[in-house]
Design a protein around this ligand. Structure first.
Ligand code: NAD
Length: 356
């Protein structure tokens, strides 16, 4: 029987609650499809700081490195807000991404038909939205040197090499080939040199993907177009800072932050996590929505383990459960027939998978 090693990082706040449900769902689907997942748990975040005095122990990085994929919940909490920067839970995650070479962040945004009214945007604008933001994750202005703040002046450096642009563009083009074959590259080429290199490199790459329809958009226009007519987009390719902002904007179309998965890929091993944080305000109450984490587990099966059919089964089970009106409290106002706890909705999904 084919088996895979999965590094599991539950993290802080609601992390353990939502990851537990994703693992149950993974167990159900792997049993059905005839493969085995061997899990090893590692510490990261505030819980790691409490246990061993650092937000990311070396054993966590090593364990992830030798695994087939990493499933991650969330980190952070008020308790650790005033620690020095390198001891904060978030530093653990940044270090892990860097150590694993995860330069590409993929955030799919699909609006479930049953939840169009949960969006803060008009139902007719968001119904049918299905887009993917491909964001460069380890370069750009967040990492560029020099960076200075001497109290009188401050600056950061937006920096990309052609190689960095080429490798993220390749991931976006390959993703577009598996989707509707449309790619919109977002930059600020009317002002920034780095964006002009970005645009020229994407155009060079386009020659190798004649089936993909390529367009370029300035980031300010893209921010506006995402709200005006999001259905025009299939794959959005962009750099670190623009992707950070646009993917959060796009995420709100779905109605709850608890519905959005993500994957970080391109390095030694892929890391899969919901886009939300550790939600300390609801931690331990059994009300967190685990769907973003379960959808992240589905992405893990699809992108890192090549178990496409198992991923389709999970995605289908989630759709059918939402269609039948099962909702966690964050979505209770939208056609709920039954409001469920975190564990209950996990069980309903497992049950659907067993019955497929
Ligand atoms: P958050 O995403 O944790 O929470 C924002 C709001 O959304 C809260 O009201 C929360 O209850 C709600 N929410 C989030 N996930 C939910 C879910 N699955 N189901 C139902 N409701 C959900 O953002 P925040 O409050 O700004 O940050 C809390 C902590 O999380 C901070 O320490 C922050 O640094 C950290 N954080 C971690 C990550 C990560 O682990 N990747 C990402 C973002 C923030």
């Amino acid at each position: 029987m084919k088996s895979y090693e999965i590094a599991v990082i539950k993290g802080d706040g609601i992390g353990p609650e939502i990851v537990d449900e994703a693992v149950k769902v993974l167990d159900a689907v792997s049993e059905k499809e005839g493969f085995r997942l061997n899990y090893k748990e590692y510490l990261m975040g505030g819980c790691a700081y409490e246990a061993v005095g650092t937000p990311i122990p070396d054993i966590t990085i090593e364990g992830c490195r030798v695994s087939d994929a990493v499933l991650f919940g969330s980190i952070g909490g008020y308790k650790w807000d005033n620690l020095p920067r390198e001891m904060k839970p978030e530093s653990g995650l940044l270090k892990l991404r860097k150590e694993l070479g995860l330069f590409a962040n993929l955030r799919p945004v699909s609006v479930f038909d049953e939840l169009v009214e949960a969006s803060s945007m008009k139902p007719e604008v968001v119904k049918g939205v299905d887009l993917l933001v491909v964001r460069e994750l380890t370069g750009g202005i967040y990492f560029g040197e020099p960076r200075v703040n001497d109290g009188q002046k401050a600056y950061n450096t937006m920096f990309y090499t052609k190689d960095e642009i080429t490798r993220i563009a390749k991931i976006a083009f390959d993703s577009a080939m598996k989707r509707r074959k449309k790619l919109c590259s977002v930059d600020k080429a009317n002002v920034l040199e780095v964006s002009r290199l970005w645009r020229a490199t994407v155009d060079e790459m386009a020659v190798h993907y004649p089936e993909v329809e390529v367009s370029h958009m300035f980031v300010d226009n893209a921010a506006m177009q995402l709200v005006r007519d999001p259905k025009q987009f299939d794959v959005i390719l962009t750099g670190n800072i623009f992707g950070d902002i646009l993917s959060d904007e796009a995420s709100m179309m779905t109605g709850s932050i608890g519905l959005l998965p993500s994957s970080s890929i391109g390095g030694i091993v892929g890391l899969y996590e919901p886009i939300h944080g550790s939600a300390p305000d609801i931690a331990g109450q059994g009300v967190a929505n685990p769907l973003a984490t379960i959808l992240s587990a589905s992405m893990m099966l699809r992108y890192s383990l090549g178990q496409e059919r198992a991923a389709d089964i999970i995605d289908g089970a989630i759709k059918s459960v939402l269609k039948d009106g099962y909702r966690t409290p964050d979505l209770a106002n939208y056609h709920a027939k039954e409001v469920c706890s975190t564990k209950q909705i996990g069980l309903v999904i497992v049950d659907r998978i067993k019955r497929v």
